[in-house]
Design a protein around this ligand. Structure first.
Ligand code: DGL
Length: 265
């Protein structure tokens, strides 16, 4: 394997940066390609058929172009709908991002956890299965928020975002029957850890927020153990499926994550 062969991250937008960050902390010399399907953004309000049709095809094109050693689908919506299809179509390791219900259930004292994701993610049978397997003694409340995805994108473009909108997203969980016992919330969309501080500040009661980033980083380190990397950190590439203009306002944020080259697919 060529030591410059990258790890390819994939999301609809900039959410996957919350997964890239812990991976870079563990593998600081890894070559990185970060792909954002901004032409298909947002995924959370799309149908299963649209996502299942779009994601494997796009990842096939990206794999051909960048020859990654491993792909991280850094998107809960794409993973809960299309992970099996992508694995079936590509001959390389594919790590998915699925709601961190298991660690949340391990942490909750009140046995009431919330799953905050996109509309498409929170309705997936994948979430039913994770809840049954790892949180069968918990009340699992779910809420889908497209607004939080927009807020995370806006924050990374350097815009100010209203505190009331974060509070409203959490109210979608607190206001459900049993919501008064909520103590732990799964950030089941990769955009949401990027606004964790804003969510914590807006919560009407203290909450523990859990996401899958650290676990994915450990998995990627395990799958690439013993492989060669460049001896120095190399410039990361951000690739956008839509007009590369969308990246203009994001240039500073992308470079904070080591992504200094911006390309269009
Ligand atoms: N970041 C994505 C996720 O983890 C989806 C955001 C969107 O495009 O709606 O689900």
């Amino acid at each position: 394997m060529n030591h410059r062969q990258p790890i390819l991250f994939f999301d609809s937008g900039i959410g996957g940066l919350s997964v890239l960050e812990p991976v870079r902390a563990l593998l600081p010399h890894a070559a990185i390609v970060y792909a954002a399907d901004d032409a298909g953004f947002p995924y959370g309000t799309r149908s299963e058929v649209e996502i299942a049709g779009r994601v494997p095809t796009l990842l096939g094109r990206l794999a051909e172009r960048y020859r990654p050693r491993l792909i991280v689908i850094a998107c809960n919506t794409a993973s809960t709908i299309a992970l099996a299809a992508v694995r079936g179509a590509l001959d390389l390791p594919v790590v998915g991002t699925v709601p961190a219900i298991k660690p949340a259930a391990a942490l909750s004292r009140t046995r009431t956890i919330g799953v905050l994701g996109t509309d498409a993610t929170v309705r997936q049978p994948y979430v039913d299965r994770l809840s049954a397997e790892f949180a069968s003694d918990c009340t699992v409340l779910r809420h889908g928020s497209a607004r939080l995805v927009e807020l995370a994108e806006a924050k990374l473009r350097g815009e100010t975002t209203p505190a009331a909108d974060y509070a409203a997203a959490l109210d979608g969980l607190f206001d459900q029957p049993g919501g008064d016992l909520l103590d732990t919330v799964v950030l089941a969309c990769t955009h949401f850890p990027l606004v964790r501080d804003e969510l914590a500040a807006a919560a009407r009661r203290p909450l523990t927020f859990v996401d899958g980033g650290e676990g994915i980083a450990r998995r990627v380190a395990h799958l690439t153990a013993g492989q060669d990397w460049p001896t120095e950190p190399v410039a990361g590439v951000a690739v956008f499926t839509g007009s590369a203009n969308i990246a203009l306002g994001l240039r500073d944020s992308l470079s904070r994550f080591g992504l200094t080259t911006i390309e269009a697919l």
